[in-house]
Design a protein around this ligand. Structure first.
Ligand SMILES: *Cc1c(COP(=O)(O)O)cnc(C)c1O
Ligand code: SF4
Length: 397
């Protein structure tokens, strides 16, 4: 079949040990998340053992120590094509010298989070929910991270969170019914540390809904253990949003981690960031969302890349995002279509950006366009006009 929307990346491949096997690494070590964390690639010398770097990447790695640290788990490193500078996995985690060029429109805090913190670490932007930044560490670091001002500890700004003040704020604000734990990556905490946070949140009666934003299932699927899952399931309703951008990130290892979470009754969503040279085309995104559904993960958001300082080489136009949504909506399962959003620069929150399916609209009708471009008319119901000068208006007919 030609052009059926399938793709070589549509198969669940095993990342496996690869050439690490020749270095005497056992399967047991490889599958142990502690081994993976301890053996992360964090410097040029280590990275060059595995990847053929370009000059721009080499300079990027040297300078990354002052901005956002370099860190890649051995597992995730194995997904990178060592000789292909355009590898979509590589662009996400290997620093590039282009990161030090800041465009005038870029910011260190593009979503205006710091100015919306009633207590350190708690972003309260929306009326009924908060974002709780519990840590500044991740298993690997994404070069476009919207919180690179604090994440990884390499930049100038110190990460600050005050658990006790945050819990007290949550306890005294009865309008908050939804807490989103993020960071950094909350699943980097030990089971017991994470449990102490969940337990405390669950002791607050008005908090109905808890969710965790994490990229650990993608960067470090070994961390998703039966022990972690049985701890998490005690705190339902608990939802998890993972973060994957390219179908090649969904390996058999990741699929089995996601299955364990889903089997623990945790509804799973995915957030993707639209990135130039990574996932800025319909076929890649379609392959990704189909694989996500197979793992029982519902694509949730597709983010226009935030105006984070030094991200110009990874950003593309919002029109590209709209084009991707148009290429999905109607063409595939509705569950597979994420909401495309722009997090408004400066702190306006997430704004949905949709293709124009309403071609024309007035009081009497809507002219709408379907996924094939065909036009249809939907007549609006006639609303009786009630005029105080004409009390009998409603009585007519
Ligand atoms: C994204 C975000 C949330 C959660 O938004 P949802 O649309 O409910 O997923 C909450 N607070 C902040 C500050 C956020 O950035
Ligand atoms: S996992 Fe999330 S918080 Fe961590 S570097 Fe990537 S985008 Fe930033």
């Amino acid at each position: 079949m030609k052009n059926s929307g399938t793709h070589k990346d549509s198969a669940f491949d095993c990342a496996g040990l690869g050439h690490w096997k020749n270095q005497g690494i056992t399967e047991e070590s490889w599958n142990d998340y502690k081994w993976q964390l301890k053996n992360r690639i964090t410097n040029l010398k280590e990275l060059e053992k595995h990847i053929n770097l370009t000059a721009d990447e080499r300079s990027g790695v040297i300078l990354s120590g002052e901005k956002l640290a370099l860190s890649i788990t051995p597992y995730f490193l194995n997904l990178i094509s060592p000789d292909d500078p355009y590898c979509p996995i590589r662009r996400q985690v290997i620093p590039n010298i282009e990161e030090i060029t800041a465009s005038p429109e870029e910011m260190t805090d593009p979503c205006g989070e710091d100015s919306h913190m009633p207590v350190p670490g708690l972003v309260h932007r929306y009326p009924d929910r908060v974002l709780f930044l519990v840590t500044d560490r991740c298993a690997s670091y994404c070069r476009y991270c919207t919180r690179s001002r604090v994440v990884s500890g390499a930049g100038d700004q110190e990460f600050e969170t005050n658990y006790e003040a945050a819990f007290e704020y949550l306890e005294s604000n009865h309008s908050i019914r939804d807490v989103l734990l993020s960071g950094g990556d909350p699943l980097l905490f030990s089971d017991s540390k994470l449990e102490s946070i969940l337990k405390r949140l669950r002791s607050i009666k008005h908090i109905e809904f808890i969710r965790i934003g994490t990229r650990i299932p993608i960067f470090l699927p070994q961390r998703i253990t039966p022990e972690l899952c049985s701890m998490l399931k005690k705190y339902h309703p608990l939802w998890i949003s993972v973060h994957s951008n390219h179908p090649r990130e969904l390996t058999t290892e990741v699929a089995s981690a996601l299955n364990m979470l889903a089997d623990a009754g945790i509804p799973l969503g995915n957030q993707s960031v639209l990135l130039k040279g990574v996932n800025d085309n319909v076929l890649t995104m379609k392959t990704l969302v189909h694989k996500l559904l197979q793992c029982r993960v519902r694509p949730y958001y597709l983010y226009q890349c935030d105006l984070i300082s030094g991200s110009a080489h990874l950003r593309t136009s919002a029109s590209k995002g709209i084009e991707i949504i148009e290429g999905l909506r109607g063409h595939t399962t509705g569950y597979a279509v994420p909401q495309f959003v722009i997090d408004a620069p400066g702190g306006g929150g997430k704004v949905p950006i949709n293709p124009d399916y309403v071609v024309e609209r007035d009081d009497s009708k809507l002219v709408i366009r379907n996924y094939e471009g065909k036009l249809f008319i939907y007549p609006e119901p006639e609303i009786p006009v009630i005029s105080p000068l004409e009390p009998s208006a409603m009585m007519r007919e």
